[in-house]
Write a protein that binds this ligand. Structure first.
Ligand SMILES: Cc1cc2nc3c(=O)[nH]c(=O)nc-3n(C[C@H](O)[C@H](O)[C@H](O)COP(=O)(O)OP(=O)(O)OC[C@H]3O[C@@H](n4cnc5c(N)ncnc54)[C@H](O)[C@@H]3O)c2cc1C
Length: 512
């Protein structure tokens, strides 16, 4: 099978001036590019690494209004997110589903306190509510979650929110962008901004696979680079002061036996005053997250020992048989692009709202926010881009636009209506006992712009996050299939396996 990239590069050369060029292929950039393409703009998105390589593949997997923001009194943010939750459930039903959450009650006061807060959460969702919040007794709570700590259990509040697969949603947005005539390239970092008469008129970007630099012209350039937004702003004006105060959050992934429930667990207050979740996800359970301010930005942030300890210790307070270090199948860390607000110290209190503005030179920056609100952020960004670029105004159609492959049938896979096409490319599992199949690898290379073993194992499939050791075992076969698809030689295969194996050490709690 032919490598799809040369054809994409030809499309890049053919277009003289793009209406909109988006830097960054996470939730925000992909959502913005898709929204613009739906409005008939000629759109190019450039991602420096892989789509969703950054924060957008490292979320807690919740499509939510954010119960804790309600506790902080941020009703506006919660209401907006709940509206977007409803839309996302409609537009990508194969990737978003309703999930029960149990908030266990161990103190007398906690029932009325949390019960009323969560009923307000329900009310704010209005007609988009996913189900009624209810107070349940200890017997019912243990029926739903048999490993919940029994001693002192007075019952639980059960409410409903959404769960999703973040990287698959990013890939779905990528496909939707292509469906609307847009173009996106990964492994294509933007190195410089080009200016004409003081206005940004394009970028210089580099194809990481060939090393070739390209000067690309565009009417409007959007900086959607998440925690790296300040670095791109500095390409515009080297003297600008940073806007972001990144904070790290980690997750531990353990076997389902520790939380054999269809519902998630919501722990309303950890020792450091945070909310923590146990979320059933693709047959395993995700425990997290933390909130640790960081000074140094990295594409591969690493969990700190104290973050791991905090999660294990918190879980042990709520589970009959709590997981130990040796039970952790994978650990992954992500960086929140939190927007600084003057004088605030703790990152738990820094705004989760997004920030959108254009600079004197016309560079638009969009950062902050949440996965859940990506569509709303994208719509606002394109509205601003139309103004900045003097482009004809068209309203956004994305509020009720179904995304690529959208399929509502119960049990639809993350590929939605594309599943049959994936199956046709090979149904045999790559490893006994693991769900990853040959067809997924071939499909990832042909249709989803996967370029490396990591792209397949971390984001087109989620094996690295679900079981780091198993992903290392699958790497040689993935490399072989990718080499066949992309026309690469044995040396490339070898290099791919060794670089993936090195990267996977970061996902093992006690690397060998
Ligand atoms: C631990 C954690 C848990 C979270 N949980 C949830 C949750 O459950 N629900 C929810 O709604 N939200 C959640 N969030 C928030 C959500 O994940 C983020 O708001 C969202 O993913 C940010 O997306 P982004 O596109 O702005 O940034 P990113 O995903 O980081 O994307 C930015 C991209 O820009 C690229 N880039 C950088 N520089 C350049 C350049 N020069 N040229 C080209 N490309 C470049 C990067 O490679 C990167 O891919 C969570 C965040 C964290 C950290």
């Amino acid at each position: 099978m032919a490598d799809p990239r040369p054809q994409l590069l030809r499309r890049l050369q053919e277009q003289e001036v793009w209406d909109l060029l988006v830097i960054g292929g996470g939730a925000t950039g992909l959502g913005t590019a898709f929204d613009a393409a739906c409005r008939g703009l000629r759109v190019l998105l450039l991602e420096g690494k892989d789509f969703a390589k950054g924060t957008s593949s490292r979320a807690t997997k919740l499509v939510h209004g954010g119960v804790r923001y309600l506790a902080q009194g941020n009703v506006h943010l919660v209401r907006e997110a709940l509206r977007e939750r409803g839309r996302l459930e409609h537009n990508a039903p194969h990737l978003v589903n309703r999930l029960g959450f149990l908030l266990p009650l161990y103190q007398i006061w906690s029932g009325p306190f949390y019960g009323s807060g969560l009923r307000l959460y329900d009310l704010l969702a209005g007609s988009l509510s996913l189900g009624r919040t209810e107070r349940i007794g200890p017997g019912r709570a243990l029926e739903l979650a048999p490993t919940l700590r029994r001693q002192g259990l007075r019952g639980a509040v059960r409410y409903f929110d959404g769960r999703f697969d973040d990287a698959r949603l990013a890939v779905t947005l990528l496909r939707s962008l292509f469906d609307e005539g847009g173009l996106a390239l990964n492994y294509f970092p933007v190195r410089e901004l080009v200016k004409l008469g003081g206005r940004v008129s394009g970028v210089v970007a580099q194809d990481s696979e060939t090393g070739q630099r390209h000067e690309i012209r565009a009417r409007v350039v959007v900086n959607a680079t998440g925690v790296f937004a300040d670095a791109v702003r500095q390409l515009d004006r080297p003297d600008v002061s940073p806007l972001l105060s990144p904070s790290q959050g980690i997750h531990l992934v353990v076997d389902k036996e520790f939380w054999p429930s269809e519902d998630a667990l919501m722990i309303p207050r950890t020792d450091d005053g945070r909310v923590m979740f146990a979320v059933p996800w693709h047959g395993r359970v995700l425990l997290g997250t933390t909130d640790t301010p960081v000074q140094q930005l990295s594409e591969e942030p690493a969990a700190l020992p104290e973050e791991v300890e905090l999660i294990l210790k918190t879980a042990s307070g709520y589970l009959e048989a709590a997981p130990q270090r040796r039970d952790v199948r994978s650990v992954f860390a992500g960086l929140r692009p939190l927007v600084k607000r003057g004088g605030e110290q703790s990152s738990g209190r820094i705004s989760r709202d997004h920030l959108l503005f254009s600079s004197e030179s016309g560079l638009i920056t969009i950062t902050g926010g949440k996965w859940t609100t990506y569509r709303h952020m994208a719509e606002q960004t394109v509205d601003l881009a139309l103004k900045v670029g003097g482009l004809r105004y068209r309203t956004s159609p994305t509020a009720d636009l179904r995304l690529h492959g959208a399929e509502s049938s119960p049990g639809a896979s993350v590929y939605g209506s594309d599943q049959a096409e994936v199956d046709q490319l090979g149904e045999s599992p790559l490893l006994p006992g693991q769900p990853l199949r040959e067809g997924q690898v071939r499909y990832a290379a042909r249709q989803e712009l996967a370029r490396t073993v990591e792209d397949v194992l971390a984001r087109r499939s989620r094996l690295l996050l679900l079981d780091a050791q198993a992903s290392v075992a699958a790497a040689p076969q993935v490399a072989r299939l990718l080499a066949e698809e992309l026309g690469r030689d044995a040396l490339w295969e070898e290099e791919q396996v060794s670089s993936f194996t090195a990267l996977a050490q970061n996902y093992l709690i006690d690397p060998s």
